[in-house]
Design a protein around this ligand. Structure first.
Ligand SMILES: [Zn+2]
Ligand SMILES: [Zn+2]
Length: 314
């Protein structure tokens, strides 16, 4: 059977069919996720034309757990910040927290200096809204509001940059020989928004080559990268002790969805098992579609590995 990769809207519609109570919120975010995907493609094409890519990955740095961007500046993205912001703003303004701001977002992103662009990127990748305090004051914005808008703009740019730098569907340098062992992103350093377990791989030319699937990958909701990770380890603590990870899931009709949570640090990560899905879900849409489990996690006083727009302003 041909397996297809779903668009954001296809995944959100599928999840809404499992879970009608979430339909209105999923529908509300579909245009924003679609706009980000389309814009990341445009950024990719633009950067490829200008031959702008990320610096090359070095195995020695990866083996020490140093993310590609942790101590390196982004290449100069020129007017891409303003272009992306301009195109995303109409969608961003549909989020209640981002409508009717004292300074319109398009104006803020248009005015950013190169230093301010770097600050925005660092704040988003390290999940440190406090870095934006000065900038937020300058534009009379709430720090968390600026951080939310920045996370969409920066994530669109970084996704475009990653697409321009690495071939899709090819093994990434950080997965070669499992050199990357960390729970944070090898490119931008963010914690993942989702984990996924892969489908079995069947090589029709060689029936002896058959992998059973179920390997764990973590997915970065900022730069869109994914990387392999130990199945039973906690991405935040980095260690795996027996019974450290517990699984929270619905009793029936799970559709492969669960939350893995760590009994030591109380952080959780939504997880989807692709073996229980016919088509490959869109990962950002899938992460958004697991709100029902995040609500249970919130009641249990667990915290997300990476705060997202839906669990920050819920
Ligand atoms: Zn990343
Ligand atoms: Zn932990």
């Amino acid at each position: 059977m041909q397996v297809s990769r779903q668009s954001a809207t296809e995944t959100l519609n599928e999840i809404a069919s499992f879970r009608p109570a979430l339909k209105s919120i999923l529908d509300a975010f579909a245009p924003l996720l679609e706009a980000r995907d389309a814009l990341a493609q445009e950024v990719m094409a633009d950067l490829k034309n200008r031959q702008i890519t990320l610096p090359a990955c070095q195995a020695s740095r990866l083996s020490l757990g140093v993310s590609l961007l942790s101590d390196q500046d982004l290449p100069d993205l020129g007017d891409s910040y303003a272009k992306v912001a301009q195109a995303l703003v109409p969608q961003l303004e549909k989020i209640p927290a981002l409508s009717q701001l004292p300074t319109p977002l398009a104006q803020v992103f248009q005015a950013l200096s190169v230093e301010e662009q770097k600050t925005l990127c660092e704040a988003v990748c390290t999940n440190s809204p406090k870095l934006l305090t000065e900038l937020a004051t300058k534009y009379q914005l709430d720090t968390l509001v600026l951080n939310l808008a920045a996370s969409f703009v920066v994530s669109t740019l970084l996704r475009g940059l990653c697409k321009a730098s690495f071939e899709a569907d090819q093994e990434k340098p950080w997965d070669t020989n499992n050199i990357w062992q960390k729970g944070y992103c090898p490119v931008c350093g963010s914690y993942p928004v989702l984990a996924w377990l892969d489908k079995p791989v069947i090589d029709e030319r060689n029936t002896y080559l058959h992998e059973g699937g179920g390997r764990k990958h973590l997915y970065c909701g900022i730069c869109g990268s994914d990387w392999r990770f130990l199945r039973l380890a906690c991405p935040a603590c980095g260690v795996s002790q027996s019974r450290q990870i517990e699984i929270l899931t619905e009793e029936t009709n799970t559709h492969g969805e669960a939350l893995d949570w760590c009994t030591k640090c109380k952080s959780y990560c939504p997880t989807v098992d692709m073996r229980e899905r016919i088509n490959i879900p869109h990962l950002d849409a899938q992460a958004l579609g697991m709100l029902h489990l995040e609500l249970i996690a919130w009641e249990k006083k667990l915290k997300p590995l990476r705060a997202s727009f839906w669990n920050t302003f819920a």
